[in-house]
Design a protein. Structure first.
Ligand SMILES: [Zn+2]
Length: 75
């Protein structure tokens, strides 16, 4: 079992495959929980979490408080 070594996307909650090459849309990136523009600490380990690149960029694009409510199926 290596489930504990597998990071989970902080945005969609899905597992992240670390073997994917950088630049792949499902490769892992660091997501800043508090955006740097809002005073988040870029070096604090408590302000970063792993995320899929596509999730991170989707979130970063329109950074309003998007709440995952029922009925939102963005697939
Ligand atoms: Zn994700």
């Amino acid at each position: 079992m290596r489930a504990q070594l597998e990071p989970v996307c902080g945005i969609c909650g899905g597992p992240i495959d670390l073997s994917l090459p950088a630049g792949h849309k499902e490769s892992w990136t660091l997501d800043h929980i508090i955006p740097l523009a809002q005073g988040g600490d870029p070096e604090s380990p408590y302000n970063v979490r792993p995320a899929h690149m596509r999730c991170n960029s989707a979130r970063g694009a329109g950074s309003r408080a998007v709440r995952a409510t029922r009925g939102s199926r963005a697939w």
